[in-house]
Design a protein around this ligand. Structure first.
Ligand code: FAD
Length: 384
């Protein structure tokens, strides 16, 4: 490895660009090469599910072009370039036949959408939205249309349902669970979101799945397992994300649910790091913005010579369903305790306490969502 080899960051999502910005706060000159499979635009991904509510077209959600980022961050940036492998022993990245040397390599290449294998001939009507390019394609396809079916009732499915209703579209949500966001919210809070979205005009088809997607004129017919049939112009598939681990695993890096890293964001290979949606940090796979910001601050320091461990605080998540403001801070996975629920219509305050009364997590909806900051202060940090 030559001394001139750059720090290479793969991925220009929030993780990649946040890391580059953190490095530049301390060092304007260190050579940084960023590589991305997409067009390298800087944008805030959470905004993708607020386009109609905020009255913004896809391009208005972009914050800067790739060229502007090159200028702003004094970096080299290769767009529309897909990394195909890592040779960590040689400190090289593979891009097809090309080999590229790195001094330090940072994997910030995000998560893949899970795609369902559904019978039928209407797959060109199905959209998964996990980046700005996906969103542009979806908005273009939506022009002149009015009916959208959403497969999946997780955070992203619910946010798109609310946003599309705010844009005046007819929306149906189909999901196998008996309520929304089952892994994230306790049932009373989730049911409050269902009730509010139903009042907004969203049609829910829960405890069932889409079995077939058939072309139907210019649109699509959805056959559900419960015997119902729905008509839509477009379908959004929002059934989940999976950290991108394949290339890392093929290169011999340790992977589990994500690319395994310790609190210093070090993978099992020397000089290779990971953060963001692709990473499993000290056992945590948190596909949200707050964790990746904390990681980018710590990793910038390490890359500049001071090995630094990330310390996760509490990580509350706001669900962007304006018809029922919702905030949640899930309790640790194996935490022992109980949910205590107070409810006044759509206003739900669910507090998860251990036997000693310590608050370990919460979910608040409606008027109680305002309490999220005060509650978050009470919950012990993830890395206490
Ligand atoms: P990504 O943004 O996915 O970036 C991955 C990058 O890697 C891309 O540039 C891609 O082109 C590149 N790449 C991938 N593979 C390769 C390869 N082989 N070679 C080269 N480049 C490659 N979180 C919150 O905290 N709050 C919210 O309100 C919220 N809302 C959301 C709403 C939506 C609709 C979605 C989809 C997510 C939301 N999230 C939210 C999650 C949050 O946006 C993500 O956790 C975060 O943006 C992930 O950033 P990332 O940089 O790790 O990954």
């Amino acid at each position: 490895m030559s001394e001139q080899a750059p720090i290479v960051i793969v991925g220009t999502g929030l993780s990649g660009f946040s890391l580059a910005k953190e490095i530049r706060k301390q060092d304007r000159e260190m050579p940084i090469l960023m590589i991305t499979a997409d067009d390298g635009f800087s944008y805030s991904k959470p905004m993708l599910s607020t386009g109609f509510t905020k009255g913004k077209e896809a391009d208005e959600l972009a914050q800067a072009t790739a060229a502007a980022m090159v200028e702003q961050l004094n970096i080299e940036l290769r767009t529309h370039t897909t990394v195909t492998g890592i040779d960590s022993a040689a400190h090289q990245l593979l891009i097809g036949d090309e080999r590229l040397e790195y001094r330090k390599l940072v994997l910030a290449w995000g998560a893949d959408v899970i795609r369902l294998d559904i019978a039928g001939d209407a797959h060109e009507h199905v959209y998964s939205i996990n980046d700005l390019m996906d969103y542009r394609a979806f908005r273009q396809a939506l022009a002149g249309k009015r009916r959208v079916a959403i497969m999946g009732a997780g955070l992203i499915g619910c946010e798109f349902a609310n946003d599309l209703r705010n844009g005046g579209y007819e929306v149906d949500v189909i999901a196998p669970s008996d309520t929304v966001m089952p892994g994230l919210l306790p049932k009373p809070a989730a049911d409050a979101v269902v009730a509010a979205l139903t009042d907004e005009g969203v049609g829910f088809h829960l405890e069932t799945v889409v079995e077939r997607l058939e072309r139907d004129g210019d649109g699509v017919r959805l056959n559900l397992a419960n015997g119902e049939t729905l008509a839509a112009d477009l379908v959004i598939s929002a059934v989940g994300l999976r950290p991108r681990t394949e290339l890392a695993a093929a290169a011999g890096l340790e992977t589990a649910r994500g690319i395994v890293v310790n609190r210093a964001l070090e993978t099992s290979a020397e000089d290779v790091y990971a953060l963001g949606d692709c990473a499993e940090v000290d056992g945590h796979v948190l596909l949200y913005v707050l964790p990746l910001m904390a990681c980018s601050r710590a990793l910038a320091k390490s890359l500049l010579g001071t090995r630094t461990e990330v310390a996760y605080g509490t990580m509350p998540v706001m669900v962007k369903t304006p018809c029922c403001p919702t905030a949640v801070c899930p309790p640790p996975v194996n935490a022992e305790g109980d949910w205590q629920v107070e409810q006044d219509g759509r206003n739900v305050r669910a507090l998860f306490r251990d036997a000693g009364g310590t608050l370990l997590g919460f979910a608040v909806t409606g008027d109680y969502a305002m309490e999220k900051q005060a509650l978050a202060k009470e919950v012990p940090p993830i890395h206490g």
